[in-house]
Write a protein that binds this ligand. Structure first.
Ligand SMILES: Cc1cc2nc3c(=O)[nH]c(=O)nc-3n(C[C@H](O)[C@H](O)[C@H](O)COP(=O)(O)OP(=O)(O)OC[C@H]3O[C@@H](n4cnc5c(N)ncnc54)[C@H](O)[C@@H]3O)c2cc1C
Length: 611
């Protein structure tokens, strides 16, 4: 079969762009997705069942595993990512904020382009969503939309949960008391705030709205929109086996994949191939197709088509940790669901009956901490001076002998450090969870009620990589996020965790404080906290940057139209193109990038939209 556009990966970005391209009834669009359509599973559509059944840790999760992490006690870290139509939005936390304006503006600065900035992306954020304003109960629990910045007619349904824990209100007040400004819904580009984020859920029936729910299900009958599930792409096929055209570019002619029956198939592409297999999946597809660092491809036994040494480099990820305490004077926490199966059953029945109760909820208030919340002026100055003094050394260490990328990483670090200095970097998210969250399994901790502040490090300067090590498409890639390879990263994380534990005992949340459980009384000073963090921290599953949008001389893989350098008709559209790690939950930004990319592809192909 021949299609005008073939999209590799039916995830967050892939379904978004495929949907928009298929709006033109004359364009045949195919999506190849490795996982199944899982929209009918309760653990997918019921918000509170996240993480159960086939969801996180189950069959719908790639469960990528890192190589041993030198700065995490040699542990191998699991990085979760969705393997289903809808990609990671099928199993994510549905938290739907945006980052600080200056972060998106930096994308344009790094690319000498006015096409990429907060203002340039705003129409696409808006185009992607339909928000449902909070009702009186939701509003009285902190839900507040900044409607000036929100969309009201896009495919993703966004709303609020139907159940709120009282503790969350106490915590928001505690965070404000510690100096974090009170915000609305964290979408207006000023993200230094404590606020209740809206969720990617359909408020009309309180169900998850994944990329499949938003961009596939309503349009699945379009005759020109073909989605093949359980179909894993093995490589891109090249016209004349990779021969270059007059401009020196190679042209993709099709895509090879293994179908649901395990049979190798090929489809032909008339116009463009769009790679949307995610930050860890997209480099693998390109490398298996002969595009990447020639030494790495040679070692893996793959014939070189285009030598593009930054493919798979520049990987970064957010790092997750916790401070938790026993909760007293509260009757309901999430712990009760696990401890009392009859209560859990009753709550699930409530969800089925009228969409309320604990299972209607994935509500999460967030607070984003700026450097001024974490460090005193002298400490921050000395950390930034040190980072600036050694900037080129770190850039060259993280770029693995790739001199262009070393310049690109140095440019990223310069901007990131300026943002730290102007208090526009938001290195830590501190969010409240009314129940136990942490590294100790049930049964090995006291069976009590807990409060947790999740402390997530958001602004990595560290960069690692993901590469294939064999030409066998079944083998997982070798993933090295190189967590905390830069001293500012671990310093920010330690400072953030200290604030997190302080929050738990700050009024009015202190009224339910029954003593700290973790990190624990024996971890008082920063060194002790740092040691503990190294032994427990996990991925926050926000990996980005491995097919980075940067000028070629700064080690970029794609240009500002998301076209891969050296290719006439291949683009990458997913979180892997982000030019800087984004200090936020990133799905709303992935959607906005994909919406923008759809416009770029349509323009380059002279496509008018005909529904
Ligand atoms: C557990 C978890 C919780 C999260 N929580 C939140 C949250 O609350 N809020 C938020 O904003 N973000 C959250 N995120 C992050 C966010 O969901 C992702 O960053 C985002 O969805 C990634 O979009 P993407 O298009 O880059 O990749 P994905 O959505 O992951 O899509 C990639 C797709 O490509 C497919 N694929 C890969 N390789 C191949 C191949 N060879 N052939 C065919 N198909 C292939 C995959 O199966 C997948 O469907 C979370 C992520 C996880 C994993």
């Amino acid at each position: 079969a021949t299609y005008d556009f073939v999209v590799i990966g039916g995830g967050t970005a892939g379904l978004t762009i495929a949907n928009r391209l298929s709006e033109n009834a004359y364009m045949k669009v195919a999506v190849l997705e490795a996982g199944p359509n899982a929209e009918h599973l309760p653990e997918v559509f019921i918000p509170g069942l996240i993480g159960t059944g086939q969801s996180i840790g189950g069959a719908l999760d790639w469960q990528y595993t890192s190589v041993p992490q030198a700065n995490l006690g040699g542990r191998q870290i699991v990085v979760h990512a969705g393997k289903a139509l809808g990609g990671s939005t099928v199993l994510n936390g549905m938290i739907f904020p945006r980052a600080e304006k200056e972060q998106y503006d930096a994308w344009g600065t790094l690319n000498n382009s006015t096409d990429w900035s907060f203002d340039a992306l705003l129409p696409f954020f808006e185009k992607s969503e339909t928000v449902t304003p909070p009702d009186a109960y939701q509003a009285s629990n902190g839900a507040k939309l900044d409607l000036k910045y929100r969309g009201t007619s896009g495919p993703i349904k966004v709303g609020y949960a139907n159940y709120f824990f009282e503790q969350s209100n106490l915590w928001r007040q505690a965070a404000a008391k510690l100096g974090i400004p009170v915000g609305s819904d964290l979408t207006n580009g000023d993200a230094h705030a404590v606020a209740l984020a809206s969720n990617s859920l359909d408020a009309r029936n309180n169900t998850r709205c994944s990329a499949a729910c938003a961009y596939y299900t309503p349009c699945s009958k379009r005759p020109n929109f073909t989605v093949l599930t359980n179909s894993t792409v093995t490589r891109i096929l090249w016209a004349s086996t990779g021969k270059r055209d007059a401009s020196g570019d190679v042209t993709a002619s099709g895509v090879e994949y293994v179908d649901a029956n395990g049979k190798t198939q090929a489809i032909t592409v008339a116009r463009e191939v769009i790679v949307s297999a995610g930050t860890l999946g997209s480099p693998k597809v390109l490398e298996l197709s002969g595009v990447g660092n020639k030494t790495i491809l040679q070692a893996a036994g793959v014939e070189l088509v285009v030598d593009l040494p930054s493919v798979g480099e520049n990987l970064s990820d957010h790092v997750h940790s916790w401070a938790n305490a026993f909760a007293v004077n509260v009757s309901i926490t999430k712990d009760v669901l696990a401890a009392n199966p009859a209560f859990a059953e009753q709550q699930l029945a409530l969800w089925h009956k009228n969409r309320t109760g604990l299972y209607s909820a994935a509500p999460r208030s967030l607070s984003l901490a700026a450097p001024s919340d974490l460090f005193d002026t002298n400490k921050l100055k000395s950390l930034l001076d040190n980072a600036r003094r050694n900037l080129n050394d770190y850039a060259s260490q993280f770029s693995n002998g790739n001199t262009a990328l070393a310049k690109g990483i140095a440019a990223q670090h310069n901007i990131a450090l300026d943002l730290y200095a102007s208090n526009k970097q938001l290195p830590m998210e501190l969010n409240f969870e009314p129940g136990y969250s942490g590294p100790t399994a049930a049964g090995q901790r006291p069976a009590r009620n807990y409060s947790t502040v999740n402390a997530v490090f958001y602004a990595p300067l560290s960069r690692g990589r993901v590469h294939i090590s064999t030409s066998n498409p079944k083998a997982p890639p070798a993933i090295d996020p190189a967590y905390w390879s830069h001293p500012l990263d671990i310093a920010s994380h330690v400072a953030g965790l200290q604030v997190a534990r302080n929050m738990l005992n700050t009024a009015p949340l202190s009224s339910i404080y029954g003593g700290e459980f973790e990190p624990g009384k024996d971890k008082v000073n920063d060194e002790q906290v740092e040691d503990w963090l190294r032994s427990v921290a996990q991925s926050d599953n926000h990996e980005v940057g491995t097919m980075v949008m940067l000028p070629k001389e700064l080690g970029g893989v794609v240009d500002t139209k998301l076209k891969v350098y050296g290719m006439s008709n291949v683009r990458v559209v997913d979180a892997s193109v982000f030019p800087l790690p984004l200090p936020a939950h990133i799905s709303s930004s992935v959607y906005a990038v994909a919406e923008k990319a759809a416009g770029l592809v349509k323009k380059d192909n002279n496509l008018l939209t005909r529904d």
